[in-house]
Ligand binder design. Structure first.
Ligand SMILES: *Cc1c(COP(=O)(O)O)cnc(C)c1O
Length: 347
């Protein structure tokens, strides 16, 4: 493998992109008011409002688990339920934080092809029971791009938004990889969020190239009421807030966030093309964003790990997830594909 260790385990294995780093340095020159009362935080929130072309309330928290959990809690009482896909990050990868921060809101798990919810599935889950013994459905949460690297089209999201509205449900989007989704779909951010009915978005920065810090973006301003108290109580109010927010300014200037999203997607597209032609490699999901999911024989996985490649084989519905990031290079992709082809030969 290449000398430089760039892996395919997750886009959070990558470092901080130069633009986010430069903004951090700029923010480090002076004193500034604490707890978000600084000009960087103001500017980052203004950039986000410009990006979505609508009034919205913006809060910066340390990570995606906090963004998702607190967003869900903002809409749900303890006796409510939130509908999500059975492989959703909120269900599988947040250690019960959504339930914890909402004091017991129950996640109702729905199946769906390619990691996606469907309007029919939502309708069925809500109408299954309407009595007082059932946790009252209150919110739908979708992941864009999904846990298995697929995308909801704008039309699919509008359909989910419409049924949610009809059923009196709020709509949350886990956008840990929102940049990859927007870049891949070639849409305006508004088209797959508030114009499709999304009330609140967890807007991921970390996997896009910042060090820490995701944004919670409320298009439904009522849900944002007192949200700052939720953040503070949950230990999510950063006192030196400008170091969470300044990198966002660096990312949102001149479309940097999309450039990085597009690049990661392109690397995954190349990886896809190189590995699907290797005999014995089975693609598990359509490659639509910055990951490629493949089914590999166990000895092959072990050979690749022994060669020093890092990747996960437990995400989503299983299989190996090969994830590209803002700094994945073509040589990394070619080198991994070559090692995979070599490892498959012995099987
Ligand atoms: C990474 C990720 C998150 C956020 O995870 P944290 O580790 O809490 O930052 C949320 N949703 C999805 C789908 C993710 O992949």
């Amino acid at each position: 493998m290449a000398d430089m260790q760039r892996h395919f385990a997750s886009d959070n294995y990558a470092g901080v992109c130069p633009e986010a780093w430069a903004a951090l340095e700029e923010a480090n020159r002076d004193h500034a008011p604490a707890y978000g009362n600084d000009r960087w935080t103001q500017l980052a929130a203004d950039h986000i409002r410009e990006l979505f072309e609508t009034p919205c309330e913006v809060f910066f928290v340390f990570n995606g688990t906090a963004a998702n959990s607190l967003a869900l809690a903002s809409a749900c009482q303890s006796y409510h339920s939130a509908l999500c896909h059975e492989v959703a990050h909120v269900e599988r990868d947040e250690c019960g934080a959504p339930e914890f921060f909402s004091n017991g809101t129950k996640l109702l798990l729905l199946p769906g092809e390619h990691g996606k919810l469907t309007p029919g599935g939502i309708d069925e889950a809500v109408k299954r029971r309407t009595d007082v013994h059932y946790p009252k459905p209150r919110l739908v949460t979708v992941t864009q791009a999904t846990e298995v690297g697929t995308l909801y089209s704008p039309g699919e999201l509008r359909a989910i938004g419409a049924i949610s509205k009809r059923l009196g449900l709020k709509l949350h989007m886990d956008g840990a990889r929102f940049a990859n989704a927007v870049a891949a779909l070639g849409v305006e951010p508004r088209e797959i969020t508030w114009q499709a009915g999304v009330d609140v978005l967890s807007f991921g920065g970390t996997k896009n190239g910042t060090a820490i810090g995701d944004a919670v973006v409320f298009f439904n301003l009522e849900l944002a009421a007192e949200f700052e108290y939720r953040c503070k109580q949950a230990g999510q109010l950063c006192s030196k807030m400008r170091f969470l927010s300044a990198p966002w300014v660096g990312m949102l200037r001149d479309g940097v966030w999309l450039k990085h999203g597009r690049h990661a997607n392109a690397m995954a597209a190349l990886l896809h093309d190189l590995v699907v032609v290797i005999a014995g490699v089975k693609l598990l999901f359509p490659r639509q964003a910055n990951s490629v999911f493949v089914d590999l024989p166990k000895p092959v996985i072990e050979r690749l790990w022994a060669r020093g490649w890092l990747f996960y084989n437990f995400i989503g519905e299983g299989g190996c997830r090969l994830m590209c990031s803002w700094d994945t290079q073509e040589e990394d992709v070619r080198s991994l594909a070559a090692d995979l082809a070599e490892a498959m030969k012995g099987t």
